[in-house]
Design a protein. Structure first.
Length: 144
């Protein structure tokens, strides 16, 4: 993600790395001064649909189908890890933690072809499968 404001360009990479690049009057990057540092952003590891996802607020993720309409709020209660200003939190302290999200839309994955053949038997079988998916936007991470 990149923003241009007040004569500098701010780049945030993955929610953890922040770079501030001064700009010249013509909009080009200044080659001399470049400030780069790490920022602690609260993130969580949640489990849904048998898979684990590392999420930061305002992330958009694709998960296995969840019941709901577009625009509806969803809570992901199975939080496996929290990390932020206080460090990493694991275990029993996460029983009340939850991640809130909003359903952006319901979608389907790419078609997967299943083809089975038994040689010299004149036996072939072809099936297809498209997984139902839900696209979520993370709206908040609540520690307690």
């Amino acid at each position: 993600m990149s923003n241009r404001a007040a004569g500098c360009q701010i780049i945030i990479d993955g929610g953890l790395h922040l770079a501030i690049i001064p700009l010249l009057s013509n909009g080009a990057e200044c080659p001399v001064r470049h400030v780069s540092f790490w920022v602690r952003v609260m993130y969580a590891v949640v489990k849904t649909g048998g898979k684990q996802y590392r999420v930061v607020e305002n992330d958009v993720i694709t998960v296995e189908k969840l019941v709901g309409e577009a625009g509806q709020a969803v809570e992901l209660a199975e939080v496996l890890m929290l990390a932020g200003d206080q460090g990493i939190v694991l275990g029993d302290a996460l029983k009340t933690a939850k991640v809130s999200a909003e359903i952006v839309r319901q979608a389907r994955g790419p078609k997967i072809i299943i083809f089975k053949k038994r040689r010299r038997q004149n036996s072939r079988r072809k099936n297809g499968h498209r997984q139902d998916l839900t696209i979520l936007k993370i709206t908040g991470i609540h520690a307690a």
